[in-house]
Write a protein that binds this ligand. Structure first.
Ligand code: NAD
Ligand code: LMR
Ligand code: MG
Length: 623
């Protein structure tokens, strides 16, 4: 039978040999092209295609293909050519080779992340077993600080997609897009818009890494079933000029949407996920401050949601501040006497001051006088110096804590006074940094803190990742001495003080609370996440540390105990939800039965509902 490549005898006779050759070559090219263009019939859709190396083409799937194949939202929004994919891969490979020659640098950490990530892609159970069994070693890889470098390099590191992407281009589509996610049940979503990733600024779509890292801790620490977690990136553009010019950037290359347009997108996302999964809990993560507060106020009374940077951080800080009081050999009730200087007035700093002052006020009787007294224990310093009521265009969230004019003359301080002046004049018990400025607690600031009125001044250098810490433990112990209490957002090693003495380096990170807040909310079936539930979580973390540990300057547990502390925090959240009549129960445990559980039984209930990384029995069943 004749085919495209056969030439009739008569034609062969009439053509010179080189003309025959050219014709054959032409036809064979056309034949090959036709073969390539013949559609491939797929018997699968959505994630099954992305996980099939034969058919997956990742970010090179066009928008129409994404729609046709149920892939919309399962990939970052940018569509790239196959050449761009190769360029990205090669650029990444070369960077690794180049940096590996520098010895153990960040790249070494990234190499570990890649190996773990590949395991995550292949075998989730095994991945989480490795993570849980070695949490102290690998939390700094899947979480802060390495996750920061992962986000910075995400366009290069991107291999197999994880999570969902909703972009400004998806307006009006989200309600149907959520059905592209394969799981019928989702318990926990961590969502970011990438606008303030750790202290690294606006990383746009690359911020998805932070949502993935937080959910890794949800699985490892809280025992949330990994099949029921969903990392989400809402890509509304980026204001990061470098990314806007980067040809390999995977997100929308346009400036961020603002105002009502922005809010409408987040509203649509919330409606979509809660309509498919009415019982899901949504954790907002690393939104720039101006949206963090507004969105929290907008949704917290209607949806099961919380903002980790505002509320989780506040709880962790309160637990640490109470620990610092105990470390001075004083009862927790002395907390309202502490003078606290806070550097940073963003979502985290203001969140901490709000919640810590409420805790003080409660201890003082919870009336107006108590609130006023609590307020006056805080001095907030931002990029423009001390915040006072004389500040022009003051941020409304900071306004309640602006120092009064009358107090200023008395203290010898002015609007915009520098951090060092404030520390010198106030002689605080605590300095707490949430400024994202590495080294802000300079030698001079630490020298000034030596005059603190406290017998054991405390330093919370809470900014992430490591290079953004306001000071290191070496600096703190060497300048202030062995009495100082030190804690940081990213992990540091303890400091050898000589003579067998150790300067403890605590990790003050919201990872000690958010997994328990999420788990407790899930297992209580609470309709919302109330202030009381957050307070209960913070108090349980504060009381978790034993007297002898606290006296040694250990105010937070080691990461190796994170699963245990999370269980305890979750139980406290469940009990508070029940006490506030917010609990609606979970599965076969209804609200009334929950209310009957003793404290110990609640802890057991939580423990029994935590997922463990063991292979289940599997059987085959025909459709
Ligand atoms: N340890 C934790 O659990 C934890 C939790 C949340 C946030 N954080 C960290 O806190 C940091 C801030 O987060 P955010 O959301 O509040 O950010 P943000 O950008 O909203 O706020 C930063 C604040 O720091 C102030 N600032 C800048 N330069 C300063 C200076 N020289 N002196 C004093 N203040 C200065 C800014 O004016 C602003 O008020 C980040 O590094 C983040 O990683 C840590
Ligand atoms: O992510 C962390 O390590 C803590 C915190 O949520 C942050 O934004 O820095
Ligand atoms: Mg955060």
């Amino acid at each position: 039978m004749a085919n495209a490549l056969s030439i009739s005898r008569s034609l062969r006779r009439s053509l010179a040999p080189d003309a025959i050759y050219r014709l054959l070559l032409q036809r064979s090219r056309a034949f090959v092209t036709a073969e390539c263009h013949r559609p491939v019939v797929l018997h699968k859709r959505g994630p099954d295609i992305l996980h099939d190396p034969w058919f997956n083409r990742g970010t090179a799937f066009s928008m129409t293909e994404r729609d046709r194949l149920g892939l919309r939202g399962l990939l970052p929004p940018s569509v790239v050519s196959s050449q761009q994919q190769i360029d990205r891969f090669m650029g990444d490979l070369k960077r690794l080779e180049q940096n590996a020659r520098d010895g153990p640098s960040d790249t070494y950490q990234l190499a570990k992340w890649r190996i773990l990530n590949r395991l995550h892609d292949r075998n989730e159970t095994m991945y989480y077993k490795v993570l849980i069994d070695n949490i102290e070693e690998y939390a700094p890889i899947v979480y802060t600080p390495t996750v920061g470098a992962v986000c910075q390099n995400y366009s290069g590191l991107f291999r197999r997609p994880r999570g969902m992407y909703f972009s400004a281009e998806d307006r009006g589509e989200m309600m149907s897009m959520v059905y592209n996610w394969p799981a019928d049940q989702v318990d926990m979503i961590v969502v970011t818009d990438g606008s303030r990733i750790l202290g690294l600024g606006d990383l746009g779509v690359q911020g998805i890494g932070i949502a993935i890292g937080k959910l890794d801790l949800y699985v490892a620490a809280a025992g949330i079933n990994p099949q029921r977690v969903l990392p989400v990136m809402i890509d509304v553009g980026t204001n990061n000029e470098k990314l806007l010019k980067d040809p390999l950037y995977l997100g929308l290359q346009e400036h961020r949407l603002e105002g009502e347009e922005y809010v409408e997108i987040i509203d649509e996302f919330m409606e979509a996920v809660f309509s498919r999964w009415p019982n899901v809990i949504v954790q907002f993560e690393d939104f720039q401050s101006k949206w963090a507060f507004r969105l929290l106020q907008r949704y917290r009374k209607t949806y099961r949601m919380f903002n980790d940077d505002v509320q989780g951080t506040a709880g962790v800080a309160i637990a640490g501040l109470l620990g610092a009081v105990r470390a001075q050999g004083r009862p927790m009730i002395d907390f309202p006497k502490q003078k606290i200087v806070v550097a940073g007035a963003g979502s985290a700093g203001i969140g901490v001051v709000n919640a810590a002052s409420r805790t003080m006020a409660r201890m003082l009787g919870n009336n107006e006088v108590a609130f006023e007294s609590a307020r006056s224990q805080f001095w907030i310093v931002d990029a423009h110096g001390l915040i006072t009521e004389e500040r022009v265009e003051i941020d409304p969230d900071a306004l309640p804590f602006a120092r009064r004019k009358s107090e200023l003359t008395h203290q010898g301080l002015n609007e915009g006074a520098s951090l060092i002046e404030v520390v010198k004049k106030v002689k605080p018990d605590v300095i707490l940094g949430l400024s994202a400025v590495g080294g802000l607690f300079s030698k001079e600031v630490l020298e000034a803190l030596k005059d603190s009125s406290s017998s054991r001044p405390a330093i919370f250098a809470m900014s992430n990742p490591t290079k953004n810490a306001e000071c290191t433990p070496e600096e703190a112990f060497s300048i202030i001495g062995e009495k100082v209490i030190f804690s940081s957002g990213s992990p540091f090693d303890d400091v050898d003080l000589g003579d067998g003495k150790i300067g403890h380096s605590n990790q003050g990170n919201n990872m000690y609370l958010f997994p328990g807040i999420g788990l407790g909310t899930l297992l209580s079936g609470a309709r919302i996440v109330s202030d009381g539930m957050l307070q209960a979580a913070a108090e349980r973390l504060a009381s978790y540390m034993k007297e002898e540990e606290v006296l040694q300057g250990i105010i937070y547990p080691p990461t190796s105990r994170i699963r245990d502390i999370t269980k305890e925090v979750a139980a406290a959240v469940v009990r508070e939800a029940v006490a506030e009549d917010l609990a609606e129960g979970y599965r076969d445990m209804d609200a009334r039965e929950l209310a009957r559980l003793s404290e110990e039984e609640t802890v057991d209930y939580v423990k029994n509902n935590m997922w463990n990384p063991v292979y289940p029995t599997v059987v085959y069943k025909k459709d």
